[in-house]
Design a protein around this ligand. Structure first.
Ligand SMILES: C[S@@+](CC[C@H](N)C(=O)[O-])C[C@H]1O[C@@H](n2cnc3c(N)ncnc32)[C@H](O)[C@@H]1O
Length: 288
């Protein structure tokens, strides 16, 4: 079965291109407020960031199908010595928009890749109480739901769709998916890589979430698409996707990441105010 991937260059605060209740799963990672290396001064202040989250969550409620799931990969952020409660405030914005809070998974990155920073190194210079500033190797995967899932929907799907959506029990047990702590290596900052300069998440995160919360042939949304990781994983798992990205310069990276599909995979790019362009069959997008 072919899949369709639509990418809109525009602000996800309003996703007017997406019909009501047509999204079966959202997987995303919004900008981490003004994260020092990735997004310094992206927002005027923290209130500006919260305004985006609140507006976006409202439109998200409109596009998500009843009973379905929305996942955020995010973390509290230390900016100029002050820690901002992004996880709590994202949760509040989602609850206020009408979603139920369902789970929080802690994503733990391997400690081997973190060098002792100037922050945590303070204690080595002053090995006394009150000099403790730990290095962070975790993020939260926040999971929300729009109402409750109607399990009779799943029973009515064709035997083929159910089979193609089956979750491997070996992965589930062997990789500890059943726990609220997931140990997954982050995208490492070494050598030439497509995600350079983009705070990309590893494919393994959307891969697990797409398998756990959507059926084969359904539609996945990533409103903060970045390099296109979620769209790539959706394509590989036989799901359709929508993506929003405010930075049009990421188009070539997204094109490369989605790569040649074949087999009826279609990719359409559009920019707010212009008509969608793309081609079907090759998996390569048209230049526009
Ligand atoms: C943390 S990155 C996402 C990275 C992505 N998960 C990946 O694997 O490449 C957040 C992205 O959101 C984009 N962005 C920021 N504000 C936006 C907005 N209002 N609407 C759409 N995209 C936005 C940024 O340009 C950035 O590429």
């Amino acid at each position: 079965m072919g899949t369709m991937h639509r990418i809109v260059f525009g602000d996800c605060r309003s996703m007017g291109e997406i019909p009501d209740e047509s999204i079966h799963l959202m997987v995303t990672s919004p900008p981490y407020y003004n994260a020092p290396f990735d997004y310094p001064d992206l927002f005027k202040d923290y209130g500006d960031f919260l305004g985006l989250m609140r507006d976006f969550c409202k439109d998200l409620y409109r596009v998500i199908a009843p009973g379905r799931i929305a996942c955020f990969v995010t973390d509290d952020m230390l900016v100029k010595g002050e820690k901002f409660p992004v996880v709590a405030d994202t949760t509040r914005a989602m609850l206020d928009a009408g979603f139920r809070y369902r789970d929080r998974i802690t994503w733990v990155k391997p400690k081997g890749y973190v060098r002792i920073s100037r922050r945590s190194g303070v204690l080595l210079q002053h090995p006394y109480p009150m000099y403790y500033y730990p290095d962070n190797i975790q993020e939260s995967i926040l999971i929300f739901q729009k109402g409750k899932f109607d399990y009779s929907y799943a029973q009515k799907l064709s035997a083929e769709t159910r089979e193609k959506s089956r979750i491997g029990v070996d992965e589930y047990n062997g990789e500890d998916w059943y726990l609220t702590v997931w140990n997954i290596t982050n995208v490492l900052p070494f050598g030439e890589r497509l995600e350079k300069g983009i705070a990309a998440f590893p494919e393994e995160i959307p891969r697990r979430l797409v398998k756990l919360y959507s059926y084969f042939g359904e539609t996945i949304l990533d409103p903060f698409l970045g390099s296109g990781t979620t769209a790539k994983v959706a394509k590989e798992l036989g799901r359709n996707s929508w993506g929003y990205e405010i930075n049009p310069r990421l188009r070539t990276i997204i094109e490369k990441k989605l790569g040649a599909g074949g087999g009826g995979v279609a990719v359409k790019f559009s920019t707010r105010g212009t008509r969608a362009r793309g081609n079907k069959g090759s998996g390569q997008s048209g230049k526009g």
